[in-house]
Design a protein around this ligand. Sequence first.
Ligand code: CTP
Length: 216
Amino acid sequence: MKFVVTAGPTREPIDPVRFLSNRSSGKMGYAIAEAALESDHDVVLISGPVNLAPPAGAKLVKVITSDDMHDAVHEEVRACDVLVMCAAVADYKPARVAKAKIKKGDEIFSLDLIPARDILKSLPRFRNFFVVGFAAETNDVEEHARAKLATKNCDMIVANDLSDPTIGMESDENAVTIFSRNGEIEKISRASKKIIAHALVKIICAKAKKVLTKNF
Ligand code: CTP
């Protein structure tokens, strides 16, 4: 199968030397890309700025902003079977990017932010590729994950519970719950991101084969 995997954070520029971003390390997305390659799938890895070596054998598309990632995803999904949106894409970006460095002052300073484009929501409603979203939640994981499955029109949502600071973002370990469009729920208990990634690729392929009207 042809996988497109997104990973890492995005950076939303404020001025030439500053940006808004988040703590995503890219480890989960890179592990999924590696696991898919090890299972003999083709992989395009669309990556925000991270400190990780790209997996050998993947086509690497480097992006910085949420707009770059949006455009790269739309380009690459044209020839894919599975999209895994593991990236921590910005929800907001500065309304204006200052051309020169913003100088400091003594007053309270505020930035106007506008919503960034939601990449999952921007995908065509009817398509012939399987879409896996992620949900990073600190509370009411099941409720939020199910809501994202519906509003983002995903085939599957992989939920991370961020209330445990020893797993998930930045960590080498994770534990996830998978919510599928058909109502099925599967849990992968705490393990290295490498092990979780292999389990996820297996589950994704099995479900994608059932849903897609293609021969593999
Ligand atoms: N996502 C996206 N485009 C965005 C933001 C997020 O496609 N601009 C995708 C992520 O890659 C992930 C899913 O949406 O697969 C859920 O991301 P998450 O950060 O959990 O949720 P948000 O949509 O950002 O909502 P909230 O922050 O309110 O939980």
